[in-house]
Design a protein around this ligand. Structure first.
Ligand code: DC
Length: 220
């Protein structure tokens, strides 16, 4: 039987870095669902389509063929990974991710990938909606200040000019939208293991998860 790992949590909790490590360790395909919402936001913004223009948004989403190669997202065969991680997309994506019609299409796509491959998927609604029956579910958290600090350091290391206070404000605003939207708000699945990464390194979090997965595999 296939295995699937769901990782949810707020922006900047370290989900994607951890998912890559665990994915390599257990030979799972890594699906970064946030990048799929980001790609929709990018395409919509390029065409000046707002989150209120549902018909045009649906047309856009349906015209996008998305697939992952390692941790990179290809959309209609173009690698959009760098573009979708720019701050302008981070600042606007939550509005688009709150549109139920977009979510419906992307969730179906994500579920279809998980039917074909052993996956590790990260996002906001993976354990609660996309992979309700995931073999393993984790919920990663950290304080907003710690998450802002990590995002700041990550962007600076990529030579992207940012300031900490703006990032912190943006994280708090995105948390609010992600946890208060009507459809699939960010929340911990009841059966998810919660890991607070405030005082843990990336490897510390990964070690905890590997230990948990191995102990379950051994006991089942
Ligand atoms: O994880 P991220 O920052 O790349 O996510 C981008 C946006 O998409 C963020 O506003 C949360 C949203 N998102 C979502 O609503 N559901 C998911 N499964 C993944 C991301």
């Amino acid at each position: 039987m296939g295995i699937s790992v769901a990782i949810d949590g707020p922006a900047g909790a370290g989900k994607s870095t951890i998912a890559k490590i665990i994915g390599e360790k257990f030979n799972l395909m890594y699906i970064n669902t946030g990048s799929m919402y980001r790609a929709v936001a990018l395409k919509a913004m390029n065409e000046n389509i707002t989150e209120n223009n549902i018909d045009d948004l649906v047309k856009i989403v349906e015209s996008l063929e998305m697939h992952f190669e390692e941790d990179r997202l290809f959309v209609n065969n173009e690698d959009l990974t760098d573009m979708i991680n720019m701050p302008i997309i981070s600042n606007n994506v939550s509005k688009y991710a709150a549109v139920p019609e977009i979510r419906k299409i992307l969730v179906k796509l994500q579920q279809n990938i998980a039917k074909k491959f052993n996956v590790i998927m990260d996002g906001r609604d993976i354990g609660t909606v996309v992979l309700k029956d995931a073999t393993f579910k984790f919920y990663l958290t950290a304080s907003s200040e710690e998450r802002a600090k990590r995002r700041y350091e990550e962007l600076i290391s990529k030579d992207i000019e940012v300031d900490y206070d703006t990032i912190l404000k943006d994280i708090i605003r995105r948390d609010y939208i992600d946890t208060h939207r009507e459809v699939s708000p960010l929340k911990k699945a009841e059966d998810a293991i919660e890991i607070d990464s405030n005082d843990l390194s990336i490897n510390g979090v990964a070690d905890k998860m590997v230990e948990y997965i191995n102990s379950k595999i051994k006991n089942d």
